[in-house]
Design a protein around this ligand. Sequence first.
Ligand code: HEM
Length: 372
Amino acid sequence: MILLDPEQPDAEHSGVREAAEVCPAAVIFIQDQGAPMTTTQADDLAGAPLPAPRRCPCAPPGFYTETRASGRPRRGTIWDGSNPWLVATHRQVNQVLADPRFRADVTDPAFPNVDPAQPQTQGDIFFRQDGDEHLPIRHILDPDFAVTQVERWRPRIEQLVDKVIDALLTQPRPVDLVKHFALPIPTMAICEVLGVDLADSSTVSRATHLMTDMEAPAEAKVAAMGEMSDLIGRHARDKEEHPDGRLLSRLVTWHVPSGELTFDQAVLLGMLVIGAGHETTANMLGLSVLALIKHPDQRDTLRSDLDTYAMPCAEEMLRWWTIIQTEPPRFAQEDIEVGGQTIKAGEGIICSLAAGVRAWSAPVPRPEPRPP
Ligand code: HEM
């Protein structure tokens, strides 16, 4: 078992301590910012801006961890002046995400858009829809991401990763790990799954980066969506003529003719798969390497027996970094109590996955090592 914080995996952490464990650069940054936040200061922050300012690049913002420590949802303020609730404990995040009365429809005026471009860029995407709109589309994607199918991809993905590492080793030192390792791997892997040409990867990289940049203007995001839509649309038309059994091909040659999707929805789904898996995986790869550099003892344990430790290590990295920082948002369809607080019908609520899993009070499940 690998735990990035071997001493107190289940304890409440302050962001400052988390940073000190992972990244000396972050500690210097924090020292420049003054003393760690106290509970009194945190109470003053009720209604703090969301996404909350981050004092350390390696830890959830103080407002999130202080909200978690308070045990109750607290209000934040988003760009349009509205005040959605923030939930930050593991239990409360689970409660909200498991309750269909907390709705995900981004086109509803009650939905708390943390990004002004959200209704435009996500309005037709199934992961911002509820129940009967969401599920049938999700089922279309399920087979490609089932464990057995992902296992079938393993040899091909390993081949691609080897290729990227070989190319990395030929670069002059120091080498930019993100540019030459973390970004190309998800691009190549997702392009394989979708069945699109790798030569288009630079367009994919640029557009997905813009789409996930919290500070990019709405017009730039909409333009990036258009660029991706043109690109995937061209490939989708090509698949109609030359089907290859890969995901994009099946979307347009099975699910469009069957009436489950329109052609435009098929293209949007292709774009979602690229967008959802690209920056997330790239950031996880880069940050995981950083964590192992900062924890050489755990790096050595990992290297000592990859068959035993690789999977638990990946799970722990996902928990520790939880790179999705402003998601998932929902709104209450009726009055619902969460952590002793009534979230009224029509009020927005944002789940902090990052704060929720950093202080996991339930036993952390560890996957069994993969059979040889
Ligand atoms: C470390 C990598 C990843 C992380 C941390 C991550 C995280 C997440 C999170 C938090 C959501 C829920 C978002 C919300 O409801 O607001 C989500 C949804 C989704 N992700 Fe990922 N993801 C990762 C990689 C991928 C990859 C590689 C793919 C596909 C190639 C993918 C495809 C999707 C899809 C299709 C959804 C929507 C699912 C649904 O609504 O039913 N993700 N992901």
